[in-house]
Write a protein that binds this ligand. Structure first.
Ligand code: MN
Length: 198
């Protein structure tokens, strides 16, 4: 038995996108991301032809209380659904006044963010680059590479919790698209924020 109150350290296998030590690992398959992608027929076709793993998370167990820092590794695999890239579902923190730090170890991507006041932002993920997500900003990791994983280390307060429902209902304001090899960030025509009762 390890004592969870003892200091510890661990290695990250960046190439493999794995932690040498973790307590919990989960995968999100495409079928877990219903409603995330705009192109519904491309989405259904990809599920029918094997329901690929879109992303994986490795977490170390820490108590979910203020004062602790929850941390782990996020691995978004490469791929496209229609003109969109593989990405995470995205979330607000249940406790809005909690921030998060991401450190990119491998790959190329974007953190897409928005707040409830109507502002959006994006920050580039490149190896060695840090992205700071301030309190109150929803965040989604997008893999812009079509041939390698996007691997990031994340650290956030123990009591933050996750609110996936708000994003599931409304989506993000912006879509990140790849058309004929070039990238664009456009308004999401299906964004439902204006219609959601607050
Ligand atoms: Mn978060």
């Amino acid at each position: 038995m390890t004592d969870k109150n003892r200091p510890f350290g661990f290695e990250i296998d960046v190439e493999a996108g794995r932690l040498a030590r973790f307590d919990h690992h989960y995968q999100r398959r495409l079928s877990d991301l219903r409603g995330v992608f705009t192109d519904r027929s491309a989405f259904e076709r990809a599920i029918a032809s094997g329901d690929p793993v879109v992303y994986e998370v490795y977490e170390l167990y820490r108590p979910q209380v203020a004062g602790e820092l929850l941390h782990g590794l996020s691995v978004v695999h490469p791929g496209q659904i229609g003109t969109e890239f593989y990405m995470t579902i995205g979330h607000f923190h249940a406790v809005r006044e909690t921030a998060e730090v991401y450190y990119c170890l491998k790959g190329r991507g974007l953190m897409l963010m928005e707040n409830e006041e109507g502002t959006w932002a994006s920050e580039e993920f490149l190896p060695g680059r840090v992205v700071y997500v301030p309190p109150r900003w929803a965040h989604r990791s997008i893999n812009l590479s079509l041939d390698q994983d996007l691997v990031t280390l994340f650290v956030y307060p123990g009591h933050a919790g996750h609110d996936y429902g708000t994003i599931e209902q409304r989506g993000f304001r912006k879509l990140v698209l790849r058309n004929n090899g070039s990238l664009s960030i456009v308004d999401n025509p299906a964004w439902a924020g204006a219609n959601v009762e607050r």
